[in-house]
Design a protein around this ligand. Structure first.
Ligand code: NAD
Ligand code: UGA
Length: 461
């Protein structure tokens, strides 16, 4: 293709990862042409509109600066493949829901379809970059498909896992702790790896660009997520012990985290971790360990997920016990539905489980969230008899409720006028703070019965 661009980059999969990561490359590297394709035409139409399909602070500005200049969104996958030398693959890799490995293994059907599409459409050599999170040794499977026809085209598969977190994606990509690039240790592999390193080196300091063999790179992504999730389950397990012993989990986390060997981050006790990846990636790791006969290792990592399930149920049981062992007919207001603040994403949000459990207890629900109400409605798949309302304004949502459950740590929930809210609620009024973000002493003095995570409850009863 004749064009003035130095490189032509394609990304297959315009989701939470493909969209922002490629927008960042286009933003930082105006000398490259970056195209993002997807099989979902509605998603592509939204990326080309003023209402992007995902909410991510700072993303709008970056898209607007690059779109139409060197950043393009399209559904023409074949043309995209033909016109690019480097192809990132960022399709979804959810947990399998059927057949062998159901509920544990990664579902690689979208991945494999992409590999076959690349094979079908490519007329010249390509570098294929695994951006999706994949089981270790997936690159081998990809190579097998890509080389299944002897058509004279060479494909070099690289692993370049993404470490961004939603809500802080732009900051994470602008200044990453590290960029990881894994390759085969062959001459062609090392040359391809260098091409990818050169792209990131446009804005990431060289010492932060880590190069490894391909299997270590694939595995490191699963391990990083497993370690992060493990810290949350560790502190959540200790929170339960704090509740029994009148210790305060925030103070324990502070004391423990000041040990430089442990570190202070990711030690916030909560209602449980959510998000599209932690659970699926740990289950994938567990499945791989079982596959290799490492049952004790598999059990160890499985327990991180088990504690997380326990944590969500524990939150519901705390509510039930506090509210005189019955929630039937009581109105409960959920503050937040997103799996964390600053995103509209609700995938695997603890809010889903909690809402369903509260409905089982026949509570009436009012759900508020600044960005996630559309997703919340889709997640709950409500039928006519269900007593659930979605209300944007938190004051209106809380009015007439017996209890507020804080599920997402949105900044605005720290800053509300809780005296006004208290006046509008049914008494005795309760706050269950699943994120420990409210001023508990102040709420108590206002009149609320306050149940934090991993701290003594403050009650008037
Ligand atoms: P997503 O579901 O938001 O996006 C995936 C996109 O791929 C969808 O738009 C889908 O239509 C498209 N797609 C599927 N099959 C396709 C095909 N054959 N051709 C073209 N498009 C196709 O998923 P996501 O959250 O962006 O995650 C993508 C990958 O990145 C996953 O492996 C995930 O584990 C990993 N990851 C996600 C995050 C995150 O924060 N969400 C962070 C790091 C890594
Ligand atoms: C996580 C990782 O942080 C990213 O590095 C990784 O790229 C990504 O998964 C992925 O592979 O998808 P993300 O899920 O977007 O990112 O968000 P996190 O900030 O990690 O939060 C995950 C969950 O843990 C949220 O529900 C959050 O509220 C919860 N959490 C986090 C806690 O309960 N306590 C903490 O101390 C930290």
């Amino acid at each position: 293709m004749n064009s003035h661009f130095e490189k032509h980059i394609l990304c297959i999969g315009a989701g939470y990862v493909g969209g922002p990561t490629m927008a960042m490359i286009a933003h930082k590297c105006p000398q490259y042409r970056v195209t993002i394709v997807d099989i979902n035409p509605e998603r592509i139409a939204l990326w080309n509109s003023d209402h992007l399909p995902i909410y991510e602070p700072g993303l709008d500005e970056i898209i607007h600066s690059a779109r139409g200049r060197n950043l393009f969104f399209s559904t023409d996958i074949e043309k995209g493949i033909q016109e690019s030398e480097i192809i990132f693959v960022s399709v979804n890799t959810p947990t399998k829901t059927f057949g062998v490995g159901a509920g544990m293994a990664a579902d690689l059907q979208y991945w494999e379809k992409t590999a076959r599409q690349i094979l079908k459409s490519a007329k010249s050599d390509k570098i294929i970059v695994e951006k999706s999170t994949l089981p270790v040794r997936t690159a081998r499977a990809m190579e097998r498909i890509l080389f299944s026809e002897n058509n004279g085209v060479h494909f070099e598969v690289l692993s370049n896992p993404e470490f961004l977190a939603e809500g802080t994606a732009i900051r994470d990509m602008e200044s990453p702790d590290r960029v990881l690039v894994g390759s085969r240790q062959t001459e062609k592999g090392l040359k391809a790896r260098q091409q990818l390193v050169d792209i990131y080196a446009n804005w990431v300091p060289r010492e932060r660009i880590l190069t490894t063999d391909i299997w270590s790179s694939e595995l490191s992504k699963l391990v990083a997520n497993a370690f992060l999730a493990q810290r949350i389950s560790s502190i959540n397990a200790i929170a339960a012990l704090c509740e029994k012993t009148e210790a305060d989990v925030s103070q324990v986390a502070r004391a423990v985290g000041m040990d430089a060997r442990i570190g202070s981050r990711f030690l916030y006790a909560s209602v449980g971790f959510g998000g599209s990846c932690f659970k699926k990636d740990i289950l994938n790791l567990v499945y791989i360990c079982r596959h290799y006969g490492l049952d004790e290792v598999a059990d160890y990592w499985q327990s991180v997920v088990n504690i997380n399930e326990y944590q969500k149920e524990h939150f519901v049981i705390t509510m039930l016990n506090a509210m005189f062992n019955t929630l039937a007919g009581k109105r409960i207001c959920l503050f937040g539905f997103a799996f964390k603040a600053d995103t509209g994403d609700t995938r695997e949000s603890p809010a889903i489980y909690i809402a369903q459990r509260l409905m089982e207890e026949r509570a009436e629900l009012v759900i508020t969230d600044p960005e996630a109400l559309t997703n919340a409605k889709a997640d709950l798949k409500l039928s006519d008899g269900d007593n659930v309302r979605f209300v944007e304004d938190p004051y209106e949502a809380a009015s007439g409720s017996h209890a507020i459950a804080i599920i997402t740590e949105w900044r605005q929930y720290r800053e509300l006028d809780y005296e006004r809210i208290f006046r509008s609620m049914v008494k005795p009024a309760f706050v269950f703070d699943g994120r420990n973000i409210a001023d508990h002493r102040r709420l108590f003095e206002t009149g609320f019965n306050v149940y934090p995570i991993g701290k003594p409850a403050l009650t008037h009863l």
